[in-house]
Design a protein around this ligand. Sequence first.
Ligand SMILES: Cc1cc2nc3c(=O)[nH]c(=O)nc-3n(C[C@H](O)[C@H](O)[C@H](O)COP(=O)(O)OP(=O)(O)OC[C@H]3O[C@@H](n4cnc5c(N)ncnc54)[C@H](O)[C@@H]3O)c2cc1C
Length: 377
Amino acid sequence: MRNIIVLGAGYAGLGVATRLARQVDAGEVRVTLVNGRDHFVQRPRLHQAAAGQKPDAPGLAGLFGGPAAELRIGWARAVDTAAKVVSVSTADAVEDLPYDTLVYALGSHVDTTAVPGIAEHAVVLEAGGARVPETGTVIVCGGGLTGIEAACEFAETHPALTVKLVSRGEPGAWLSEGARKHIAKAFARLGVEVVRGEVTAVEAGRLVLADGELAFDACVWAGGFAVGSLAAEAGLTVDARGLAVVDAHLRSVSHPDVYVIGDAAAVTGRDGSVLAMGCRVGAFQGPYVADAIVAAMLGKDHAPFTYRYIHQCVSLGRRDAVIQFVHAEDETPRNAVLRGKVAVWYKELVLNGGLWAHRNPGPYGPHRKVRPAVTAR
Ligand SMILES: Cc1cc2nc3c(=O)[nH]c(=O)nc-3n(C[C@H](O)[C@H](O)[C@H](O)COP(=O)(O)OP(=O)(O)OC[C@H]3O[C@@H](n4cnc5c(N)ncnc54)[C@H](O)[C@@H]3O)c2cc1C
């Protein structure tokens, strides 16, 4: 029996597991999906959850199944790349799972180390995270897409709330003028106050800035993502941020039997820089790696991974949004933007399309029933 283990059932990992399990012969290959939670978390909707909404969180057992599929709900604690074993803590045991091929897709989390006090005094947009209050003052820290989306969502859902967005520069500064103007209009309509400043610490009920301080009832930290240390601890080659460095086929450059995808991977893009973290990237890497593993088992060549950026989708509450179309090579903005209702529809289509793809993973067409040879590479 050939064991393929996929660590992480996010946008990247779930896409590998579902598509792979459909293609292999259950008598020869087992695809084990390991995830800490028993449901799929739509991270791009976590600001909605923090506002008190209930985004769809489908159970993994309903998404991943079939004769070759095995689901393990548990936390991966260590990877022994020499013995080819993953150590997983489940509810009642610590298990050592052997693998022939490993897919590492453990994603990222909000970086709580950027300034002192985040972990103790701020709310982060993570699964199972806290909700913001309905009244008082909420400060959102971070003028990136997550901060913009969160501030608008909170202000729209809770009109009695005072919402401040603290940002070093102009929120969404890299977007086109049209997109920035639309965001500024949305802030004005929803009453989001933008405060320009450098945060130096978060304290109980108080945000410390380089040139002053602000009181809050809740502080939401939206300052950027970091990755866990498991890849580095396993001895995979990682970059300065801890992302595993991969080759053109998304295999670890130090351990070719380990594929690394999603936020956890440092993938070189068309302009030579590392691809940005985003479900828009990971969702394409999952199906690619499933097909690459099948091709490898069959001893066939598989084309290198390529990715073209198309857009950045920014919700501004439930009734407004802006879609920034970007250049394929480096994600710099084009002048083309969608605004308002049509942008809301577009963003919903993209997010719901991601879920649809997990439910309908393919592959479609003449190669749908591939039966790989177990003895191949
Ligand atoms: C509020 C918010 C808004 C966002 N908006 C956008 C957007 O508009 N567009 C966009 O492209 N991106 C957006 N993102 C980023 C996007 O969600 C991530 O880039 C994407 O989820 C990464 O996918 P992934 O599969 O690599 O990791 P994840 O989706 O993080 O999945 C990793 C999975 O692994 C599990 N896991 C982690 N560690 C372990 C362990 N040790 N053992 C077992 N399981 C483990 C996690 O529980 C999770 O299920 C947003 C993120 C947030 C938080």
